[in-house]
Every structure is written in C-alpha cells, then in structure tokens.
Design a protein around this ligand. Structure first.
Ligand code: DAT
Ligand code: MG
Length: 153
C-alpha cells in the first residue's frame, strides 16, 4: 500500500480548516497511519522544500511556514500520492478546481493550506523527516474490503 506525507500549513490551523481537510482525505478512503502537531523551524522548512530554496519567494514561504504550528500526517492507500494531490488541487488556489481543498478554501499561492508529496521518493524522504517507523501505525480498518473493487466476490 502506498504511503504519502501530508502537512496542514499554518493557515489551515489559523483558519480552522483542520477538520475539513482530514475529512476529505478520510472520506476518500485513505487510511491515517500517523499524525502530530509541531512548530516548524526555518531549517525544517528548507529540508522540506530543497527544490525551492533559491527562489525569490523562499524567505516569504519560510516566514509563513513558521508563523503557527502545523499538523503532519502519513496517509496510505492505493495510489495514495496521486489521489492526495488530486484532493489538494493545483498549487495556485486560483487555478485549483472547485471541489478540491485549495479550490474550495484558499485564495493565494502563498497560503494554500496543505502540502502533499509529489512522488514515491519524495514521500519516503518527507515521512522520514518527521516520523520514526514506530510512530507509523499498521492496523486493519473496519470496512477496508469495501474500498476494493469487488469485495463481494
Ligand atoms: P506543491 O505544494 O503543489 O507541491 P511546490 O512544491 O512547487 O508546489 O511548491 C511548494 C510551496 O511553495 C507551494 O505549496 C506554495 C509555495 N510556492 C510555490 N510557488 C510559489 C510562488 N510562485 N509564490 C509563492 N509561493 C510559492
Ligand atoms: Mg511540492
């Protein structure tokens, strides 16, 4: 089962979107395997976004990411990485479709509510940045069979 890393950004905490964001992921059928709240430091932001550290907006992105606590999570399921990215919507909320998290609840690229891994390699690196193996729960969930294609056969 594929795992992905999801982070609710400071604007999600400030704007009280935590429950709605988790509900979208849970409602889709992904399984929550780990979760905690923490306050990021600038070095942790740079570790999360190595591909952006030379961009002109990186100082603003860093200030934003350390402005309030965040929630970090591991979610799992079939194609969990792409399923999550579809639920998040486009990076720029003005381009994100209605029905996506960013499309429904965000207005600006600098405050787009949520982060989700973009590839298996990134997911692994991001999960390892924030969680030890013991913090990731392996468990069976009631109704799990009904997420599969033909559980009645
Ligand atoms: P995504 O979060 O969709 O994976 P990304 O990895 O390219 O997008 O960028 C990470 C975050 O950096 C993004 O969620 C918001 C911020 N960001 C990206 N491009 C930006 C820009 N042009 N101006 C301000 N912030 C930007
Ligand atoms: Mg990204």
């Amino acid at each position: 089962m594929e795992e992905t890393f999801v982070l609710i950004k400071p604007d999600g905490i400030q704007r009280k979107n935590i429950g709605q964001i988790i509900q979208r992921l849970e409602g889709k059928g992904l399984q929550l395997k780990a979760m905690k709240m923490l306050w990021l430091t600038p070095p942790q932001v740079e570790e999360l976004y190595p591909h952006l550290k030379d961009k002109e907006f990186f100082p603003r992105l860093t200030n934003f990411m350390v402005a309030a606590p965040v929630i970090v999570m591991v979610w799992a399921g079939e194609e969990a990485i792409s399923a999550t990215r579809k639920l998040l919507g486009a990076t720029n909320p003005q381009e994100a479709s209605t029905g996506t998290i960013r499309g429904d609840w965000a207005m600006a690229v600098g405050a787009n509510l949520v982060h989700g891994s973009d590839s298996p390699a990134t997911a692994r690196r991001e999960i390892e940045q924030f969680f030890s193996q013991e913090e990731i729960m392996e468990y069976e969930q009631a109704g799990e069979n009904w997420l599969k294609e033909e559980p009645w056969q």
